[in-house]
Design a protein around this ligand. Structure first.
Ligand code: SF4
Length: 59
């Protein structure tokens, strides 16, 4: 489920503060997806900033 139909459901297993994402639950700081994919843009990730939510979609 996502927020695209205006029927957001906060997935309490996935905390997220990226309110610019179309999948953000908006009213609470959670993702609305059942699952997300986390990846990296680095060859050898060493810090939090090396990781990306690859399920991000601009609102
Ligand atoms: S898809 Fe990723 S960035 Fe978007 S709300 Fe969910 S966890 Fe946050």
């Amino acid at each position: 489920m996502s927020c695209e139909n205006g029927n957001c459901r906060a997935n309490k297993c996935i905390e997220c503060e990226v309110t610019q994402c179309a999948n953000h639950a908006k009213t609470e700081n959670y993702c609305s997806l059942d699952r997300i994919k986390v990846g990296t843009h680095e060859a050898n990730p060493t810090e939090v900033k090396c990781t990306d939510c690859e399920s991000f979609k601009l609102d």
